[in-house]
Design a protein around this ligand. Structure first.
Ligand code: MSP
Length: 522
């Protein structure tokens, strides 16, 4: 089996999870489940980033030790995963011993190699962003942009990693590996960034200024800072699992691609003689009215509210159907409801209802054997073959929104087939030909439903499992074999009904508003 190791970014624990965090988990889960369907041996890691100034400050504000603060907030992130039906194999916290040990090993190795050196740094420092600034960060009028808050000039001795020394290597590597970053246009941006000379990376903070970090193994007066700690999680989590590293993909947001994941990380690995991952998938942002959803701007949606209202499947479906991986997307409740009603409740929900209902009414609850396929059946089967053949490469290339669109077209056409065949009319006739057509139509709709369900099970795992159960069907082990149109449902006993995507309650009218007129009869 091919090993496939996939990771999400690890979230900062200085605030609660929001829709952006949830999306990344869902996207990575959809990729992980798809690769399992394709037969890969998948290892899926997610987790939390617990060290640093912000966590230390948030804990102080609450008057509790940072470890206790991390324990509480990390639990919130961890608890979100089962609610979203995420199939991760592991969850890493950067305060765990297994992580700290590897970070210190890598630091020691690079120090001994001469890639880490101590130097005095004199310059401008932003406390809000916790970063040293450069001249190019200034506004044209010489002032510092608002986002940096208070900027002070400081002199401090720190440790630096020789990033600059590896710049040419990285350029060559990226040129030889054109699909290291997905989407491709983002790789072009990385190369653009590398046209300017890199500065060596400051990787430490004096302990008197920051307690909450991993002490440098070669100088305990310092802790390692931010990226050297966080990025190594991908490797530390599996360092003791044979055959998992190198990672296949790191799934991250576009804000942490350049420079952390596309510049620091490959250089760190290369310098430490560790094999590089196959690639990085950089997704876009969920926006609200054009602004990035984030805790600091106060426009973050709580993913759990939507999951409670509509269920994890509907939530997952919307995120994957709506977002073209790499680009940004605006989140609106209206658009959520449009997709929910037209695609899940109408297209899929109706097909399920009709199949169960008509099989129960006209065939005693057992899927009949199909008779000879007519033109209508043949054209639906042709559409199936085309849908399936297009679907797989789309998923392989992270085009899940298009893959789902294809699956929806197939469901729409299946519903249209039922309209044309009108089994309810055939059911009234006693003619042998009509009876055969009835059996064929019932078998066809059940088979089309089974196939559509097999296609989209990585996106809506729980609903598809329920549908298989009411069809009396247990899928086989080899997913690709499931995608063949045949008669394997013949004789299967179906349940009489299943409520999958109930219509959401209409919003309550504001108090005092006029009551709507009663619906006319007839
Ligand atoms: N801790 C760092 C990552 C270290 S990875 C070695 C971090 N944490 S974060 O909590 O700020 O963000 C975690 C992930 O969520 C990032 O990949 C980020 O891009 C993603 N998102 C945060 N807000 C987002 C949206 N509004 N939309 C989509 N994803 C965004 O960065």
């Amino acid at each position: 089996m091919k090993s496939f190791y996939i990771t999400t970014a690890i979230d900062y624990v200085n605030g609660s999870p929001h829709l952006g965090h949830a999306y990344e988990k869902v996207l990575t889960d959809v990729i992980a489940r798809f690769r399992r369907m394709m037969g890969d041996q998948v290892h899926f890691l997610t987790g939390v980033d617990e060290h640093g100034q912000k966590v230390q400050a948030s804990a102080r504000k609450r008057g509790i030790p940072p470890q206790q603060f991390c324990d509480e907030v990390s639990q919130e992130f961890r608890a979100l995963l089962p609610k979203l039906n995420i199939s991760n194999d592991d969850f890493i916290r950067t305060t765990e011993e297994r992580h700290k040990k590897v970070v210190r090993q890598v630091l020691q190795q690079l120090f001994e190699k001469g890639d880490i050196y101590k130097a005095e740094y004199k310059g401008f420092y932003s406390t809000r962003q916790e970063q040293f600034l450069q001249e190019k960060d200034r506004n044209p009028d010489g002032s510092w942009p608002e986002i940096f808050g208070d900027v002070t000039e400081i002199t401090e001795t720190n440790y630096f990693f020789k990033l600059r020394q590896y710049q040419d290597w990285l350029i060559e590597f990226l040129t030889k590996t054109p699909d290291f970053v997905f989407p491709k246009y983002r790789q072009t941006q990385v190369l653009e960034f590398l046209k300017e000379p890199l500065n060596d990376l400051c990787i430490s903070r004096p302990r008197e200024r920051l307690e909450w970090g991993i002490p440098l193994p070669f100088d305990e007066d310092y802790v390692t800072y931010v990226w050297f700690d966080a990025l190594i999680n991908y490797y530390s989590a599996v360092a003791e699992l044979p055959g998992v590293w190198p990672a296949t993909y790191h799934v991250i947001g576009k804000d942490i691609l350049v420079p952390p994941h596309a510049v620091y990380w490959p250089i760190m690995l290369h310098a430490a003689n560790i094999p590089l991952p196959k690639g990085i998938v950089a997704h876009g942002w969920w926006l609200q009215r054009g602004a990035k959803m984030s805790k600091s701007t106060g426009n973050a949606l709580n993913p759990l509210d939507l999951v409670t209202e509509f269920g994890a499947d509907a939530f997952r479906y919307f995120l994957i159907r709506e977002m073209n991986v790499g680009q940004d997307s605006d989140f609106t409740r209206e658009q959520f409801l449009v997709r929910y009603n037209s695609e899940l409740a109408n297209n899929l929900g109706n097909l399920v209802n009709r199949t169960l209902n008509m099989t129960t009414r006209f065939a005693g609850g057992a899927v009949p054997e199909a008779g000879l396929a007519g033109e209508l059946e043949k054209s639906l089967q042709d559409l199936w073959a085309k849908t399936r053949d297009e679907f797989i490469p789309l998923c392989e290339n992270f085009q899940f929104h298009l893959a789902l669109e294809r699956a929806m077209v197939f469901l729409t056409e299946t519903n249209a087939y039922i309209e044309k065949r009108a089994p309810w009319k055939l059911g009234k006739s006693t003619e042998a030909a009509d009876q055969e057509a009835l059996r064929t139509s019932l078998a066809t709709m059940a088979e089309a439903l089974r196939l559509a369900v097999a296609l989209i099970q990585h996106v809506i795992p729980s609903a598809t499992e329920k549908i298989n159960a009411v069809l009396g069907y247990t899928p086989g082990k080899v997913w690709r074999d499931e995608l063949v149109w045949d008669a394997r449902l013949a004789g299967s006993k179906v349940a009489p009904s299943l409520v999958l995507f109930p219509r959401p309650e209409p919003p309550k009218p504001p108090a005092g508003a006029a009551k709507p007129a009663p619906a006319k009869k007839g």
